[in-house]
Design a protein around this ligand. Structure first.
Ligand code: IMP
Ligand code: MG
Length: 337
């Protein structure tokens, strides 16, 4: 479909990066645009054989011919974006909307020291929340005010809408997850913006009718970093017994672990108007399915889980990820859509 968006269904870290990287390589979109809050998100992809966390540039960077865009709604930390531009060698493939608000040193300092943010909420300390406050207060500096970003400045909505008018493929990368939405998540233990499909569309300057497919990503278990309610949480010991130990990409904090939350999934599908589900980590509930590349090869346990998810959320599971390796994704769109 011309315009596909990938969103997170739980508390972030569902494996969106893997799914976006797969779509960027497989569907070969002309443009990949990143939406979402800012550098608080870390998406993991495999780049030149190494697992890396990307905090600012779209994961679509794995496709060397795709144009990469950062939407106006995304907060930009000049140091981080410039470092990623160098590290991933994206050069002028990258366009940063001139209206992106800038995360300043003072925002990071507040995010890392403020009792309420750091201790009570457990933010990532990336400066995202305080930068959002500056934007709302109409005091923020924008990307167009930063000389080092000048060569990358772009009109992201114009590029995206014109590409769609020409019938070209576009991929939109959402960040965080439904449970972290400022509007629909577990307030006040949430991030500083809505994190559902409509907000991501606005972030990059696309009207709601422009989005053809919304792929919602769920892991077969849930994780959460930072404070806040977590209804299906299990103890660290139980998580370890299941072989699940994860650390945050941005903060290195150990992630809390829980069981799949069917109630949350159902609501996330509804509010995102998701049209497809990507299910990652199937090997965690059925180790025999690890690395499989065809649905028929999955174990009974894995298949039962996929069917249960489809049953509950009433949307087809079109992707199943069977290991962290880039090739280990079963793409069932041809059969199910
Ligand atoms: P903030 O977004 O840094 O203000 O953090 C607010 C809450 O959202 C904290 O619980 C963070 O751990 C969480 N959070 C923000 N971004 C992400 C993400 O990309 N993955 C997981 N948790 C996140
Ligand atoms: Mg992450």
């Amino acid at each position: 479909m011309p315009c596909t968006m990938v969103v997170g269904g739980f508390w972030g870290d569902e494996g969106k990066g893997r799914i976006i990287a797969y779509l960027a390589e497989h569907d070969n979109p002309r443009l990949v645009a990143r939406a979402g809050v800012g550098t608080n998100a870390g998406h993991s992809i495999v780049f030149q054989g190494e697992v890396v966390g990307v905090r600012q540039i779209p994961c679509g960077l794995v496709n060397p011919t795709a144009r990469l865009l950062i939407g106006a709604g995304v907060l930009v930390d000049p140091m981080i974006v410039l470092e990623e531009i160098r590290r991933f060698g994206v050069g002028d493939r990258l366009g940063i909307d001139e209206r992106c608000a800038i995360i300043e040193e003072s925002h990071k300092l507040v995010d890392k020291t403020d009792e309420h943010l750091k201790k009570y909420i457990g933010t990532t300390g990336s400066g995202s929340g305080p930068a959002q406050v500056a934007r709302v207060s109409r005091k923020a500096c924008l990307a167009r005010d930063v000389p080092e970003l000048k060569r990358y400045l772009a009109d992201v909505p114009l590029e995206l809408n014109e590409a769609l008018d020409r019938g070209e493929e576009v991929l939109i990368e959402g960040t965080q997850g439904f449970g972290l939405s400022l509007l629909y998540g577990t307030y006040p233990f949430v991030t500083s913006k809505d994190t559902t499909a409509s907000a991501f569309a606005a972030d990059v300057g696309l009207g709601p009718g422009r989005i053809d497919e919304v792929v919602i990503t769920f892991k077969t278990f849930t994780t959460r970093v930072g404070e806040g309610p977590f209804p299906t949480e299990i103890s660290q010991e139980e998580a370890e017994a299941r072989g699940i130990v994860e650390y945050g990409v941005v903060t290195g904090r150990r992630r809390r672990v829980g069981l799949f939350d069917f109630e949350l999934a159902k609501r996330a599908v509804m509010i995102n108007n998701a049209t497809q589900v990507a299910l990652t980590g199937i090997d965690r509930i059925d180790p025999g399915s690890r690395g499989k590349t065809r649905y028929e090869e999955l174990g009974e346990e894995a298949k039962r889980f996929v069917e249960k998810v489809e049953d509950v959320v009433d949307v087809p599971v079109t992707f199943v990820s069977t290991s962290p390796e880039p090739g280990h994704i079963i793409d069932m769109r041809a059969e199910k859509l």
